[in-house]
Write a protein of this length. Structure first.
Length: 21
């Protein structure tokens, strides 16, 4: 689920970069 990925993105800056794209 995206909700779980969002939580990981908070800890993973690289994930945020991908989410921002």
């Amino acid at each position: 689920p995206p909700a779980k990925k969002s939580k990981k993105a908070t800890l993973d800056p690289e994930t945020i970069g991908l989410s921002a794209e």
